[in-house]
Design a protein around this ligand. Structure first.
Ligand code: GDP
Ligand code: GDP
Length: 441
């Protein structure tokens, strides 16, 4: 059973994103990948007086010319009507009814989910109610006067919202579970690391084995602090292939399956050996599957070291495994247990970045900076590439849409430059990030 979904719709600039942050402020976005809900949308958990629901972030479309983008708002409204249990229709209370509001109201009237009109930007108590009352004319019932910025009126709005949502609630989930896969060539120390992670010097509060997805896969559940880790296919890690029968001896298929199932992949390499092709292939798979990644250089005890060794090694590993050059590198010894605990910290951090959502304003600040340092190249005919706006449309991995005048004007080199700049200002260590360039419709 799923939590009821609440959609926020309305013209650009009426305060939808501000209201979204007000209702779901600080919570981590969930991205569903299942039929019935739209993919690549952010669902933010929200709660009012113990009642839980989810707010869909329909993505801030803040273009100057709202006429051009009415079809996009229409699309947003249709998706909302299809999946939402209730719709919050936001209007600008200071501005009064506009043609765009009437249009949206026409789409919403007489449809299935209940619609609440939210007259926003009414922080002035003396005029709030009379200004809000104007919106009765939209024929969608009583308007709620709120100020998304100040929070005033949102309590009444939420009371009314909860009243129209289904009474029954799904069971609250206990601990959030993080799925972790450990992959690497044979003999790099995967099963030794697994034992150290599961046993460790810090006793875990719970360790148990459960069936994985396929017949012979076994996962191990580990609890540590506030978190539960599902270590994927630990049976596959412990199994040793004694004979080399080509790729399958390395359990490549198995490793790829484990990567697909994971949130975070721990790629283990052997410090006493160089990086091999198998590792490069695994790194490429991790990046293309969009998984978070932690690089572990194991058998660090067996290396002759001076003060520069670690930095040297880190650079080399990142250079060789450039598909995941954004991954943190942890140097461990499964033999002595040295820094093994750090793997958990790195997993937590990488998972945090993988789920991270950056506010539209911070994102566009980073974008402006990048554009100022180096503007998009012009075409041979002298046409200049323009980026209007960026917005994050998904997490796990963070995915950004850049609205541009013409996608053809943005070649690989400049796209890489933009990604580098984004990472420079926003970080995202441990997580891949994706960019989608979208031209004007
Ligand atoms: P969206 O395009 O509908 O998502 O609108 P935003 O949330 O981005 O807000 C558009 C503009 O309206 C921003 O400049 C906000 O600061 C402003 N705004 C949002 N809510 C309020 C509010 O309650 N009162 C006032 N005065 N301004 C608001
Ligand atoms: P797997 O095939 O990747 O699971 O590797 P194993 O965990 O079976 O380890 C392969 C070999 O490397 C064994 O002989 C281990 O004792 C040894 N080994 C594993 N981790 C370390 C380590 O941190 N340091 C050293 N010196 N040897 C290790």
């Amino acid at each position: 059973m799923q939590l009821p979904i609440v959609a926020i719709v309305g013209r650009p600039n009426v305060g939808k994103s501000t209201l979204l942050n007000r209702l779901a402020g600080g919570s981590e976005a969930i991205v569903y990948d299942q039929p019935g809900v739209t993919r690549d949308r952010l669902y933010l958990p929200a709660e009012w007086c113990g009642y839980r629901f989810e707010v869909v972030d329909t993505g801030g479309l803040v273009f100057e010319d709202s006429e051009v983008f009415l079809p996009l708002i229409r699309e947003q409204v249709e998706i909302a009507l299809a999946e939402a249990a209730a719709v919050l229709f936001v209007v600008d209370g200071q501005q009064g009814i506009t043609g765009g509001d009437r249009e949206v109201a026409d789409w919403l009237r007489g449809r299935k989910p209940p619609v609440l009109i939210v007259a926003n930007k009414l922080e002035e108590p003396s005029t709030a109610l009379s200004l809000a009352a104007e919106f009765y004319a939209l024929g969608l019932g009583e308007p709620y006067a709120v100020s998304a910025i100040h929070g005033s009126g949102t309590g009444d709005l939420l009371d009314a919202l909860v009243a129209v949502l289904p009474k029954e609630q799904p069971e609250a989930q206990e601990l959030p579970e993080l799925r972790v896969s450990i992959v690497g060539r044979p003999n790099v120390g995967k099963s030794s690391l697994l034992n150290a992670l599961v046993g460790g010097e810090h006793p875990r509060s719970m360790v148990s084995e459960v069936a994985g997805t396929t017949r012979d896969a076994i996962d191990t559940l580990v609890e540590r602090g506030e978190r539960r880790y599902r270590l994927i296919d630990t049976a596959g890690i412990r199994r040793k292939s004694r004979v080399d029968y080509g790729p399958e001896a390395f359990g490549v298929t198995r490793a790829i399956r484990a990567i697909r199932r994971a949130d975070v992949v721990v790629l283990v390499v052997d410090a006493t050996e160089g990086i091999h092709d198998q590792e490069r292939n695994l790194a490429a798979k991790i990046a293309s599957a969009g998984r978070a990644c932690v690089l572990v250089v194991n058998k660090w005890d067996a290396i002759e070291k001076d003060t520069y060794t670690m930095n040297h090694y880190r650079d080399e590993v990142r250079r060789e495994l450039d598909f995941v050059e954004w991954a943190p590198v942890v140097f461990t010894s499964a033999l002595t247990g040295q820094r093994v605990e750090k793997i958990f910290d790195a997993i937590d951090a990488a998972a945090g970045q993988h789920q991270r959502r950056v506010s539209t304003s911070v994102l566009n600040e980073a974008l402006q900076d990048a554009l100022l340092w180096r503007s998009p190249p012009a075409s041979r005919q002298g046409r200049q590439g323009k980026v209007y706006y960026a917005t994050q449309i998904a997490t796990n991995p963070p995915t950004f849409v850049l609205f541009v005048n013409d996608t053809k004007l943005f070649k690989e080199g400049y796209r890489r430059y933009l990604e580098g700049q984004f990472r420079g200002s926003l970080g995202f260590e441990g997580s891949p990030v994706r960019f989608i360039f979208r031209g004007k419709p």
